[in-house]
Ligand binder design. Structure first.
Ligand code: B1M
Length: 222
């Protein structure tokens, strides 16, 4: 792995946002995710490599958290560092193309505050020609229903990162389908699989952002 990409991975894992950030103390004064991402892209690094590094950094801090070796504030700093990288990646995903493919109403389901994966899916969808209506995090079914009513013909995207919020994902799917039986729904997030997505009534599933966009395209043309 290229040296700068490896440093970005470390910044995400350790939660080093930028050069001005005093956290973590042993990296004080060093460049952070912000400066390194900017420099790497200017030097011609591939956005996919940066994303891969972020993903691995997140997985490492998540695994530490799972083993009781890291705590919520460290997860928050890692998320902040990854968001600093995403600011630089955004222009690569957002093309200036007219949004013609349709409206994609996207949100993280009720009770769930994780938004990095959802934001990534939104960015890639925008780059792929979709108009994204991002409802944010902790989105109750009622808010999804309002958005579907306001955007006839839209596709809905639901994200969940916690096993405990899969129940609210299922509830949201049921409520949308009850009022809008023809509204296609794509779901994704770490605790899901294609099988569990189908079992809860979703029409499409994406293991990652690019699969989510493939699922969107398939549903739109179905
Ligand atoms: Co949380 N957290 N977290 N967390 N957190 C996890 C998910 C966890 C696996 C960590 C662990 O224990 N190893 C664990 C969940 C365990 C479980 O339920 N199975 C966990 C926990 C337990 C918690 C808390 C309960 C901790 C606590 O308070 N005790 C708490 C819950 C808060 C809540 O939501 N109510 C909590 C809080 C947080 C922070 C707020 C501190 C922070 C989130 C900040 C933010 O998002 N702004 C955080 C973080 C950062 C993580 C980890 C470390 C990283 C998540 C992430 O951003 N990954 C995570 C561990 C891990 O995933 N390794 C963890 C990077 C991102 C690009 O990937 O989100 O998976 P991901 O998205 C992917 C795919 O899943 C997919 O595409 C994306 C791109 O490839 N995808 C979709 C996602 N949505 C999609 C939608 C689609 C299609 C594809 O279609 C619509």
């Amino acid at each position: 792995m290229d040296d700068t990409i490896e440093k970005i991975l470390l910044c995400v894992e350790r939660g080093k946002v930028d050069a001005a950030s005093p956290y973590p103390p042993d990296m004080k004064g060093q460049d952070g995710a912000n400066e390194l991402a900017k420099r790497a892209l200017e030097a011609g690094a591939s956005p996919a490599d940066l994303l891969g590094a972020c993903d691995l950094g997140m997985r490492r801090i998540g695994d530490k958290f799972g083993r009781g070796e890291a705590f919520v504030p460290e997860l928050l700093m890692a998320a902040k560092a990854m968001k600093a990288v995403m600011v630089h990646l955004r222009p690569y995903f957002k093309s200036g193309a007219v949004k013609v493919k349709g409206v994609f109403v996207l949100g993280t389901v009720a009770g769930d505050l994780h938004d990095i994966g959802k934001n990534l899916v939104g960015m890639v969808a925008e780059g792929g020609g979709w108009e994204v209506v991002d409802l944010g995090i902790d989105v109750k079914s009622a808010k999804f229903l309002e958005a579907v009513a306001a955007h006839p013909g839209c596709v809905v995207g639901l994200s969940a990162l916690l096993t405990t919020t899969l129940a609210s994902m299922e509830k949201t799917i049921k409520e949308i389908k009850a009022q809008f039986p023809n509204c296609p729904i794509v779901v994704g997030g770490a605790p899901l699989s294609a099988e569990s997505a189908k079992a809860m009534g979703a029409d499409g599933y994406g293991a990652d952002a690019s699969q989510a966009i493939e699922a969107l395209a398939a549903l739109k043309s179905a």
